[in-house]
Design a binder for this molecule. Structure first.
Ligand code: R5P
Length: 291
């Protein structure tokens, strides 16, 4: 199995290749034409080989690079192509909220799978997105990676910032054998949310070390509000953990001002990257390829 690391996911791709027993790893050559179009070239002998392409699609350019890499490895004669998209961009528009809108997640599932034999991603905004793929598609979870890290910390309780994250926090709580609860969240606009404690909360939280667990930290609005509310309840320490750390604009600094520790997995490169999903992705690759 050969592993190719796209520009957006070079470090994670290398970690995956190590997890696959030091599978041959390559970084493609990329450049821009004068008109701004992208050029890619993959090296190595890929004819008849299973090839893994790793590329998060945080930006539209990342997506274009991924499509070109898929075409390039097919042209190079790859036997099977496994496309790993650790952070699947556009996944949050997973339905039509208003008439005239696209289901963006579905549009990109269709395009990403075109030259793939299988697609692997991590913590999609909604797991139903997997059903938009017509080829085998797998979703790794960031939870085991974060749990591996939390085992080394004195954690007392886990908190989901909204009810949509209940399954996530419940799974984490089960692994770590800790209590959990979920805030009630109302989104006011794309940057502001209103949170409240659940009416039936019967956990002692004063003086405890609480870890807020989310799938994505984007503007940081959700985590900042959750941390402020926990502080009001006089919790002892607050950590914020997520799978995908986008940390737009000054999100990281704003969260650091209200939380004692912030960390994410390595699906996107960022200053909070402390847990790796490489072992979890490698495990799925082994299963999917039957090797
Ligand atoms: C929402 O459903 C997600 O799980 C996250 O809570 C949300 O995307 C975080 O966004 P932000 O950091 O902008 O509040």
């Amino acid at each position: 199995m050969h592993v190719i690391g796209g520009t957006a996911s070079t470090a994670l791709a290398e970690r995956i290749s190590r997890e696959l027993g030091n599978a041959p790893f390559a970084i493609p050559f990329t450049k821009r034409f004068p008109d701004g179009e992208m050029y890619v070239r993959v090296g190595g002998r890929l004819e008849g080989e299973d090839v893994v392409i790793v590329q998060s699609t945080r930006t539209d350019q990342d997506l274009v690079e991924l499509l070109l890499l898929e075409e390039a490895v097919r042209e190079a004669g790859a036997k099977r192509v496994f496309v790993v998209v650790p952070y699947f961009g556009y996944a949050r528009q997973d339905r039509r909220f208003f008439p005239g809108e696209p289901v963006s997640a579905r549009a990109f599932c269709r395009h990403v799978e075109l030259d793939a034999d299988a697609v692997i991603t991590v913590d999609l905004h909604s797991p139903q997105t997997l059903s938009h793929f017509s080829k085998p598609a797998y979703e790794a979870s960031g939870i085991p990676a974060i749990a591996r890290l939390l085992r080394e910390r004195p954690v007392d309780l886990l908190v989901s910032p909204d009810r949509g994250g209940i399954e996530r926090v419940r799974r984490m709580a089960q692994i770590l054998d800790k209590p959990w609860f979920a805030f009630e969240k109302k989104r006011l606009d794309s940057e502001h949310v209103e949170l409240s404690l659940p009416a039936d909360l019967d956990l002692p939280i004063q003086g405890k070390h609480a870890v807020i667990v989310d799938d994505v930290i984007s503007t940081g609005g959700t985590i900042v509000e959750a941390a402020k509310l926990l502080k009001k309840q006089q919790v002892g320490a607050i950590s914020a953990a997520c799978t995908h750390g986008l940390f737009l604009r000054d999100a990281f600094e704003r969260i650091k001002a209200v939380a004692d520790e912030v960390f994410s997995t390595d699906t996107l490169g960022n200053p909070a990257e402390k847990a790796s999903v490489a072992p979890d992705i490698a495990q799925i690759l082994v299963r999917a390829s039957g090797t």
